[in-house]
Design a binder for this molecule. Structure first.
Ligand SMILES: Nc1ncnc2c1ncn2[C@@H]1O[C@H](COP(=O)(O)OP(=O)(O)OP(=O)(O)O)[C@@H](O)[C@H]1O
Ligand SMILES: [Mg+2]
Length: 512
């Protein structure tokens, strides 16, 4: 018999009269990785946060290692070896990696803080994760993937018996994920109980032993992962049938008559080089590549968002006119009709302290203002339209963005750009953290926008997404475009091989 490490029974939780957890029972064995899946806003994060003492449940029993517990705060949970990697980062930007990991408990002797010891311990933790981050680095100087590793190291430093990971890989690259999975497996084999929350169902199938589905705050099912297929799982999550496989027919797609975007030998020192590409009117061009392949940097360069210290050369033509990339700023780019959905919803995409309407109307203000007076009714119509399109839950324009679930925050970021009238829309990992049902809706909107006459550049490491949404696929590796393919000529596996560089992709294979 499997030994129960964590048992929660009858958990209920409401926010302002809205029930988000309804009589939830959830059990995790010692030595298992237990997947927790469900749509955005289903209650995954809130459930685990009631365990941690971040949220206080209205009722419920919690048993850890055979003893009933009710943690008043995360600090107390951590002292009892229950630890969580949160979906949203809680790192302090101006402190070092080690200070963040040992926040509030820096090693000391006779009142003196022993920073050396903190560095040493942090090094060990990071090394175990296969991370190359220096314990002395400032968080503000780290890229998102490195920050995510620090989050994991911090949660792990409490020597957990129960370890909850809420979307731990959303910012990690392929190799970093491999490393994390090796670690997770070895911890499981040592008896740790791991809760694994993710929207990436391929990961769920790879790493978990059992999987529980939660829908609208109610537990739907728990199965042995090997006994369930992805189609069934998606159906249980959404209540709809969604096909897991993607086969693209040789489409009615015709080469566009006009180009919205043309790049000739674009080069940004150390980030990408020799980029030649076009995006036609009504065309969705997918750029596939691993995290770190240079896709985000390319998007930033085209939006004028790279630091001006980085020299960029080459020709950038937007709707037939050459753009002076050296003097381009995001403000100018917006005026020229460029929209950019960024990868990192926290730093650039979203104002958490403001409402959904505020965030959505922000870049679209020229559509809802006349002589700088916001016209309420039109604004609200626009906001309602966007909320419907991205299936925001709950669909309330006035809700503060910080009170939405992680995936719903992402939908706001995507939605606000869909509401603009961009001529060229660049989307960087637009559906990361978004559930399978809402993803399909977002692809439909993107397709519809393209058909209405705009150009779309879709930058993504999600190959299913690339296969599903692109008219034409480019593969980027180490800052270069290495292949061009048509979706109907390839498959997710073939694309993965090219993305990883297992196959020497030849430019001759192109579909020009
Ligand atoms: N502090 C809060 N105040 C009010 N409502 C909240 C708060 N935190 C979460 N909610 C609501 O509780 C519900 C469940 O949210 P939760 O964050 O658990 O979703 P989730 O399953 O983790 O989704 P995702 O996949 O998007 O991360 C959502 O409707 C959310 O808006
Ligand atoms: Mg969540």
């Amino acid at each position: 018999m499997a030994e129960v490490a964590l048992q929660m029974t009858g958990v209920n939780k409401s926010f302002g009269g809205v029930k988000v957890l309804k009589d939830v029972d959830f059990e995790v064995y010692k030595g298992e990785v237990h997947g927790l899946v469900g749509e955005n806003g289903a209650g995954k994060s809130v459930l685990m946060k009631t365990l941690m003492g971040v949220h206080h449940p209205d009722s419920g029993r919690y048993i850890v290692g055979g003893k009933e517990v009710r943690f008043a705060s995360p600090a107390e949970a951590q002292r009892q070896h229950v630890s969580m990697v949160y979906q949203e980062f809680g790192l302090v930007q101006f402190l070092s990696v080690a200070e963040n990991i040992f926040m509030g408990r820096l090693p000391s002797r006779r009142g003196m803080i022993r920073r050396g010891k903190a560095y040493e311990e942090s090094s060990k933790l990071l090394e175990m994760l296969g991370s190359e981050v220096s314990p002395r680095a400032l968080i503000a100087d780290l890229k998102v993937a490195d920050q995510q590793e620090v989050e994991i190291a911090r949660a792990f430093s409490y020597d957990p018996v129960v370890f909850v990971m809420d979307e731990p890989t959303s910012a990690l690259s392929f190799d970093e994920i491999r490393h994390l999975f090796d670690l997770v497996r070895s911890l499981r084999d040592k008896g740790m109980a791991i809760v694994y929350i993710s929207h990436k169902l391929d990961e769920v199938f790879e790493i978990t032993d059992r999987v529980t589905v939660i829908r609208d705050g109610v537990i739907v099912s728990t199965d042995n992962t090997s006994k369930i297929d992805v189609g069934t799982l998606m159906e249980r999550m959404t209540g709809k049938k969604i096909s897991a496989e993607i086969h693209r027919e040789p489409s009615k797609y015709a080469k566009p008559s006009e180009n919205i975007l043309e790049l000739h030998n674009l080069d940004a020192k150390g980030l990408f080089s020799d980029i030649n590409l076009t995006v036609g009117k009504k065309e969705i061009v997918g750029v596939a590549g691993l995290l770190g392949a240079g896709k985000t940097e390319l998007g930033k360069a085209l939006f004028g968002a790279l630091p001006k210290t980085i020299p960029i050369t080459g020709k950038y033509i937007l709707e037939g006119k050459e753009v002076d990339i050296k003097s381009l700023t995001p403000g100018k780019a917006k005026k020229m009709g460029i929209g950019f959905v960024t990868e990192d919803r926290h730093s650039e995409g979203m104002i958490a302290e403001q409402s959904v309407s505020f965030n959505i109307t922000l870049p679209a203000l020229n559509r809802v203002t006349r002589r700088f007076v916001v016209i309420g009714r039109r604004a609200l119509e626009l906001v309602r339209g966007v909320i419907k399109t991205v299936v925001l839950r709950p669909p309330e324009p006035g809700r503060l963005v910080k009170l939405l679930s992680g995936g719903n925050q992402k939908k706001v970021v995507v939605g606000k750009w869909l509401a603009t009238q961009a001529r060229l829309l660049m989307l960087d990992e637009p559906t990361r953290g978004v559930d399978v049902g809402a993803r399909e809706e977002i692809y439909d909107v993107i397709t519809q926008l393209a058909r209405e006459g705009i150009g779309v550049l879709l930058l993504s490491s999600d190959l299913r997404e690339i296969m599903r949404a692109s008219d034409r696929i480019l593969v980027m590796r180490h800052g270069r475009i290495v292949a061009e393919l048509a979706p109907h000529e390839t498959s997710e596996e073939k694309l993965l091989a090219i993305v990883l560089g297992e196959q020497v992709a030849k430019k001759e294979e192109t579909t020009k």
